[in-house]
Design a protein around this ligand. Structure first.
Ligand code: EPU
Length: 432
């Protein structure tokens, strides 16, 4: 099994470049199925989730040309096949976007139920509610989702989401782009990647308005044309490096970011006694003195992101006092706490709240990456611990962080990546 060996105790110094946003990229690749032309996507993150999605659409018949490491051209004009490779689809959460894209393109879809990191139940009822409101007949049977638009084309509809859901908002937006008439999504999620997906679709000829607010209006069009689009920087990747510097100490300039997307993370860091200097498209994070405790509740954007919860909880393990972290999005996102305890962390979880008593130091230990963000948190813990931390199941980390270890090593971290020569295909079992 591939693993990282982290020799802790090194502060981080230097500059790091942030890659394109994973959760935007994983929606754009399936959405490219609807484009009648060549869709050129720049700033594509090089992570295993995007590889997996490209291999899924390429199995459907898409022609994919890699122009440079972060630019791809996707041409789906010759795709006539709805039969996606189910073994791959099952492993990735974002395969649910194929339902919206296939319904938009072909008027029918057959996909597996998506996989996903296990943070409790992860239903897709709101996605289905949206498709049904647009006139699709949807059946979930034996782990598969069968969807068919009555009359071969979806119709615009007014859809109120019962839960603020990133995936449902984006999936319905994708499906609505080529529906007949106007779709209105109310109680929509407002994450930066939702705005990015809308901008991507609009650059190919769609008519999506209001993304970034809680009401999105989509006027259906007959066709999407080819075009070029550059993905926004990854808010969570940037936040993860900010938290790593907060925990390990040092001074790092984080480049290629949109400071506005990081406001709530920066605000929490300042409360914790960390210096955060915002520049136009970069942020400098500096931590010399002790960390102060704070309280955090994760919420949909613009609240504090759930995808930063394991990283901030790990940094708070070193704070001078007691912090309360409450998870407001997922039922169960604290599996990693047991791993941190192996390193000497003092955390008690009660329901959705973790009570974290700061300790002077953690000690290196063998730990597992329970999922993508929990895996990043284990690496942060290892950077700060005394001795060597061995992180297993690192495929979870590699599905969402481009060159995580390389970027940290260039900042001064002491990390050895141990590749298992017998490890079969580097395909993780679950997606985020
Ligand atoms: N929910 C429902 N019904 C639905 C959809 C969601 O009840 O039909 C509930 C969920 O159970 C959860 C809440 O609504 O309690 C929010 O779920 P959401 O749909 O927003 O999550 P998602 O779209 O499945 C995306 C990201 C996650 C991120 C969440 C929240 C992707 C591929 N995944 O998941 O990212 O945690 O939004 O921001 O975009 C990660 O990147 O590490 C990651 C897990």
């Amino acid at each position: 099994m591939d693993r990282y060996l982290i020799n802790g105790g090194k502060k981080l110094y230097g500059e790091v470049e942030i890659s394109g946003a994973k959760n935007a990229a994983v929606a754009m690749i399936p959405a490219a199925l609807m484009v009648d032309g060549v869709c050129r996507i720049e700033n594509m993150p090089q992570i295993s989730d995007t590889d997996m999605l490209m291999s899924i659409i390429s199995a459907l018949g898409a022609k994919i040309k890699v122009i440079d490491p972060t630019t791809v051209e996707i041409d789906c004009r010759s795709v006539h096949n709805c039969d996606a490779p189910y073994d791959k689809m099952r492993r990735i959460r974002a395969s649910y976007y194929l339902i919206g894209a296939m319904l938009g393109r072909f008027g029918c879809a057959k996909t597996t139920m998506p996989g996903g990191c296990n943070f409790g139940v992860r239903p897709i009822d709101q996605h289905i509610k949206g498709m049904v409101a647009m006139g699709a007949k949807v059946e979930v049977k034996n782990g598969f989702v069968y969807a068919e638009a009555r009359g071969g084309r979806l119709n615009g509809a007014r859809i109120y989401l019962d839960k603020v859901s990133v995936g449902a908002t984006m999936n319905i937006m994708i499906a609505a782009v080529m529906a007949s008439g106007r779709t209105v999504i109310e109680n929509a999620a407002r994450e930066p990647h939702i705005v990015d997906l809308a901008n991507f679709l609009n650059s190919m000829g769609a008519d999506v308005r209001g993304a970034g607010t809680d009401t999105i209006k989509v006027n259906g069009v007959e066709r999407l044309h080819g075009g070029t689009y550059s993905i926004i920087p990854d808010q969570i990747e940037a936040g993860t490096y900010m938290m790593a510097v907060a925990a390990a100490g040092g001074e790092v300039r984080i480049n290629n970011i949109i400071p506005k997307h990081l406001e709530c993370i920066s605000a929490k860091l300042v409360e914790m006694g960390v210096d955060v200097e915002e520049l136009e498209d970069a942020v400098i994070v500096r931590r010399e003195g002790p960390l102060r405790p704070t309280n955090v509740k994760t919420l949909p954007y613009p609240g504090f992101p759930t995808d930063m919860q394991p990283q901030i909880s790990t940094a708070l393990c070193f704070a001078n006092g007691t912090s309360f972290v409450t998870e407001g999005v997922w039922d169960n996102r604290y599996k990693y706490v047991n791993e941190l305890r192996k390193m000497g962390a003092n955390i008690e979880v009660s329901g959705r709240t973790a009570v974290i008593e700061g300790v002077p130091c953690l000690t290196g230990a063998p730990v597992a990456a329970c999922d993508l963000r929990a895996g990043a948190a284990m690496v942060i813990a290892g950077l700060c611990a005394n001795g060597v931390t061995e992180v297993e199941d690192v495929h979870f980390i590699e599905r969402g962080y481009e060159d995580f270890t390389g970027k940290l090593i260039r900042l001064g971290a002491d990390i050895t990546v141990v590749r298992d020569p017998d490890e079969p295909e580097k395909v993780p079992m679950f997606a985020v």
